[in-house]
Write a new protein. Structure first.
Length: 368
């Protein structure tokens, strides 16, 4: 038996040597099991499709030709998204299987060992992960202590590293705050390369750089339908200069938007009125949840313009609080590790009932 195990290890090592060292050093993106739990960890919209729309959607789904490849460019869906998202005239879009694929496409299009991708820390983990996937350096500029942009450090980092792409999450994930618009605009002006304003949480922030696309050729705006209540579709769009989008489109894998996503997203966009109502409810519940959390003397609550709230324990172990919440049937995001997020947890705004279940569980976790 030992000989078989030893032989297996030797064979595995012979195979694994072909995997790039920087990939072997990574850990796969972890998604925790939420079965049986109140799920408030992934910034999902808690509301499902209205009952009145379900029969029509199901009837239309029955006519989708699963035996045929989808429209490779998802042309009809592109037009609908451009209208609903108010993409300026003269600008173009490319669609991705979620924002992650769009980040990867852009990284592939600019990839070179002599170039780097830049963003801000703490920030969205996929910017740095995908930079490593494509063999590029990643530069994370530290935010100020209050998670605002530190413009002195930002200017110095841009001058030193000359990034090919700068990603700006607007609002920021995982902190939830909206960066100063004038500061973001300065970054766009002084950047030597492309600047992507990632507006994944636009429905909850109600402010956007989309109208400024015609002001800056180097500006790209990225959106997703996930936070609108369609996370299961995996659909995002990148908007910007037509020639630039054409080049990025060259690294898009064919048929990346499947027929079920194309039909469902198109159907939802044709009946999009309910989405504004859901976003309004989430914004109202966010303010209520912020107020309730601010009553806990044990925690510091950070302002949010997204559909989640970051908070930090003033004392004690955030990981122990997270574990207690899980045992009580509530799953949130544990961000507690050495660095700027030490002691931090993040909760997604859910339904009123889910939010109250979280508050009650948090009370018990803090004061058992």
């Amino acid at each position: 038996m030992y000989g078989l195990i030893n032989k297996g290890l030797i064979v595995s090592e012979k195979l694994l040597k072909w995997i790039r060292p920087e990939i072997r050093e990574l850990s796969a993106y972890h998604v925790p099991d939420a079965n049986g739990l109140v799920k408030l960890d992934a910034m999902e919209n808690p509301y499902r499709l209205p009952e009145g729309l379900l029969p029509r959607w199901q009837q239309g789904m029955a006519s989708v030709a699963l035996n045929r490849y989808p429209d490779p460019a998802a042309t009809e869906l592109q037009h609908k998204l451009m209208e609903v998202m108010q993409v300026p005239q003269g600008r173009s879009v490319v669609l991705g299987n979620g924002s992650d694929e769009l980040i990867q496409m852009l990284a592939l299009a600019v990839a070179s060992k002599q170039r780097c991708i830049m963003s801000f820390e703490p920030g969205f983990v996929m910017y740095s992960m995908i930079a490593r996937f494509v063999g590029m350096e990643y530069v994370g500029v530290p935010l100020a202590d209050d998670f605002t942009l530190d413009m002195e450090k930002t200017r110095a980092a841009i001058k030193q590293h000359q990034p090919a792409v700068i990603f700006i999450a607007y609002p920021n994930n995982p902190t939830g705050n909206l960066f100063d618009a004038d500061a973001v605009e300065e970054i766009i002006r002084i950047a030597p390369g492309l600047v992507v304003v990632d507006e994944a949480y636009h429905p909850f922030a109600q402010t956007s750089f989309m109208p400024r696309l015609n002001d800056y050729d180097q500006l790209l705006v990225m959106r997703t339908v996930s936070k609108m209540g369609l996370a299961g579709l995996r659909l995002g769009l990148l908007c910007g200069d037509r020639e630039l989008i054409n080049e990025i489109n060259k690294v898009r894998l064919p048929y990346n938007i499947n027929v079920l996503t194309q039909y469902t997203a198109g159907f939802i966009l044709d009946n999009a009125g309910f989405l504004d109502g859901q976003a309004e409810m989430i914004r109202a519940d966010r303010e209520q949840l912020l107020s309730q959390l601010s009553l806990f003397e044990d925690i510091e609550v950070y302002p949010s313009q997204a559909n989640f709230i970051l908070f930090r324990l003033r004392q004690g172990s955030a990981t122990e609080v997270f574990t207690s919440l899980c045992k009580q049937g509530v799953l949130i995001k544990n961000l507690d590790k050495p660095g700027p997020l030490q002691g931090c947890l993040r909760v997604t705004v859910g339904t009123t009932a889910e939010n109250q279940a979280f508050i009650q569980a948090l009370e018990h976790a803090l004061h058992p």
